[in-house]
Design a protein around this ligand. Structure first.
Ligand code: G3I
Length: 348
């Protein structure tokens, strides 16, 4: 058995992996227990999975992840309480079943807003009360910034925003704090947090929320990155900016795609990927973990968005842009769960 990643970094930060419940068994389960001391659900805790209908919660799959964490003494990140994607439609329908976003009457719009905020409070209260003793870090809101939005603050114009403005963000953090308690760590999570103008949009929103007394503890940097993008300097600057506000940082969804954007042309199979790419990737991982380690006072957790190269959302991306055939390889374990060059570079 190769040395454990979480032991290697035990003095710096916890090491996590995103999982689907089926991955908790067999070889993958063993890898999880050995190398990671933190876990997050890749999908099963998202609103559409856990709260598909107003009066129906489905905790079965989420419970499996929490149970595994308990048995193996792992930290849990909860992903996520609020998102614009994978959220069921019912949240945004008024009592007559009409879409709240289409309402034009100001009085009715105000009523809709209050109804949506009430639903949000109930959603958060129910979930947080169930898991508060198990969860260490909460992704309270996910991806609320959209650098392509037409408003000047870069706020994502999701139904949440169209119906409540930024009040949903405030309500989400306040409700989570209320039920999770003072020890819980509450995060605003997003991708491309290193890159301008998104970084500044996020920064300005966080400053504004903190000034209003909204209980935010940290920023989750998803870190879906590539071999040469973004730069290490951009990553370091982003972490420092938020640390200077007194906030924690977590690397929440790390994967290092072997492609640029778009991921085309892509290699059709794993075996077709040349060794030279894995060496470049190893260097990238070396640089990344050296950076994280240097900033260890400002980073409390580093989570990979998967375990091994047999299962990654990036394959869907590669397929989408290459007529259905394409393979990515973003992690430090190969599809057979053997270590890759990148594993040795982060262990050095
Ligand atoms: O479970 C259903 C299955 O029943 C159905 O037959 C199948 C048909 O498409 O879909 C399955 O659901 C898929 C789900 O993953 C579980 O595999 C969804 O279609 C698919 O869209 C979903 O993708 C997930 C994606 O979020 C959703 O937007 C990815 O696995 C997950 O890795 C990805 O994770 C996100 C983070 O939450 C937020 N940051 C970005 C990151 C990558 O996109």
């Amino acid at each position: 058995e190769v040395p454990s990643i979480q032991e290697r970094y035990q003095d710096s930060f916890t090491i996590g992996a995103a999982v689907e419940p089926y991955q908790l068994e067999g070889t993958q389960g063993e890898i999880l227990k050995h190398h990671y001391n933190s876990i997050v659900a890749e999908n099963v805790m998202k609103p559409i999975n856990i709260h598909p209908e107003e009066k129906r919660y489905d905790f079965e799959e989420a419970d499996k992840v929490v149970q595994f964490a308990r048995e193996n003494n792992m930290e849990v990140r909860f992903h996520n309480l609020v998102w614009h994607s994978q959220v069921p439609e019912w949240f945004f329908l008024d009592k007559q079943g009409n879409k709240m976003v289409d309402e034009t009457d100001p009085k009715q719009r105000e009523k809709n807003k209050q109804l949506l905020l009430k639903r949000l409070e109930k959603h958060i209260k129910t979930i947080v009360k169930r898991y508060r003793d198990d969860v260490d870090s909460w992704d309270v809101v996910n991806e609320v910034i959209d650098e392509y939005a037409s408003n000047e603050r870069g706020l994502r114009e999701s139904p949440w925003y169209q119906i409540t403005g930024t009040d949903y963000i405030k309500t989400a953090f306040e409700t989570t704090r209320k039920y999770a308690g003072e020890d819980a760590k509450l995060y605003i999570n997003d991708y491309n947090t290193e890159v301008e103008p998104k970084r500044t949009y996020l920064y300005n929103l966080v400053v504004d929320l903190l000034e209003q007394g909204v209980p935010i503890d940290g920023v989750g940097h998803q870190s879906h990155i590539q071999l040469g993008w973004p730069s290490l300097q951009e990553m370091e600057d982003s972490i420092n900016m938020f640390a200077d506000l007194g906030l924690d940082n977590q690397i929440t969804e790390l994967d290092v795609s072997i492609y640029g954007w778009p991921p085309a042309p892509a290699y059709p199979t794993y075996d077709a990927i040349p060794d030279s790419i894995f060496l470049t990737q190893a260097q990238r991982y070396d640089d990344l973990f050296a950076l994280y380690e240097r900033l260890e006072d400002k980073i409390s957790n580093v989570t990979f968005w998967g375990i091994a190269d047999d299962h990654t959302w990036l394959d869907d991306r590669a397929e989408e842009y290459n007529d259905g055939i394409g393979k990515d390889a973003p992690f430090v374990f190969d599809p057979e769960y053997n270590v890759k060059p990148a594993y040795w570079s982060i262990m050095d």
